[in-house]
Unconditional design. Structure first.
Length: 310
């Protein structure tokens, strides 16, 4: 009996990309005739014609399934929903903009079935077409998070990966509200083969990830998988306490006048106040995540699936 591969595709305003993606994934499915496919699209509250296109595809192709959210919950929620709803023996996460080449699927499948890996993941070895400043901060983030956390995140790692059912079940079992999948993939373990490829630009449409959104996402990852920022705030507190004592002693020995040097004193007060606010902000970030987790709100809400088509 043929195994089933579930291709999970989160979508947010991808009406321009979907026809190209569907055409490409169908070609790959035809070449991989030794397995069966289901195409599971997650409509993350799109405001364009994405849902209409998915309805049309589902009515024409029985392999197409879709889950449509009640609003935009974010890509992390979309990936989690796809993993949870997928029926396949192997589950693949990929983007609809063809920046994750479907042509890599045969190699990824062989890595699991023939080479014994639990997961076949992809990483970009080049960032052609990406703004240099964005590439610089991306590489900086990967170096930073690997040093301050136990998350095993390879530089250039994509969400595009094929996983065994056992690994997917482990990931779905981590039903935390604040999700950072790249870290979760590494945290659950399992043997992973990394497949390198050169960056591919979007086939159509515009990226939904601005620099600010990526920055906030990186903060999410650091907070989710490291408590180092909390330790850093403690270190800052001790350091500035010592520096303050040294400053007072040295100033008194040199000038001997308690009222002299007030401009420098004011500057130091502003500096220390800024550090204190920064440390409070760090603690507040962790506290807010804890608060959101205790609410036990659902990660996503489903409004419609392909079963609702009449």
């Amino acid at each position: 009996m043929k195994k089933l591969i579930s291709a999970v595709v989160p979508c947010y305003n991808e009406e321009e990309s979907l026809p190209y993606f569907y055409e490409e994934i169908c070609k790959v499915a035809k070449d991989m005739d030794y397995v069966n496919f289901e195409f599971l699209f997650i409509n993350d509250g799109s405001k364009d014609r994405t849902l209409d296109i998915l309805r049309d595809l589902a009515s024409k192709d029985k392999r197409v399934r879709y889950v449509s959210f009640s609003r935009n919950f974010g890509k992390e929620a979309g990936m989690y929903a796809g993993l949870k709803e997928a029926k396949g023996d192997f589950i693949c996460i990929m983007d609809a903009d063809l920046q994750d080449p479907p042509t890599l699927l045969p190699e990824m499948y062989d890595a699991i079935v023939k080479e014994g890996y639990d997961s076949a993941a992809t990483r970009r070895v080049s960032r052609k077409g990406e703004p240099p400043i964005r590439s610089f901060f991306a590489r900086l983030f990967y170096r930073l998070i690997n040093k301050i956390s136990k998350a095993d995140i390879v530089d250039g790692a994509r969400d595009f990966r094929l996983m065994s059912r056992q690994m997917v079940d482990a990931i779905v079992g981590m039903a935390e509200y604040n999700r950072f999948s790249k870290g979760i993939f590494g945290w659950v373990g399992f043997n992973t083969k990394w497949i390198a490829f050169h960056n591919v630009e979007r086939v159509a449409g515009e990226t939904k990830w601005s620099f600010w959104k990526l920055f906030k996402y990186s903060i999410e990852g650091i907070v989710a998988f490291s408590t180092f920022p909390l330790s850093l705030s403690f270190i800052f507190g001790i350091l500035f306490c010592i520096l303050g004592i040294i400053f007072i002693v040295v100033r008194t020995l040199i000038w001997g006048d308690a009222t002299s040097g007030w401009p420098s004193l004011v500057c130091i007060m502003f500096l220390i106040s800024g550090v204190q606010l920064c440390c409070l902000g760090i603690m507040g970030e962790y506290l807010s995540k804890t608060y959101l987790e205790t609410k036990k709100r659902p990660i996503y809400i489903i409004k419609e699936t392909e079963k609702d088509i009449k």
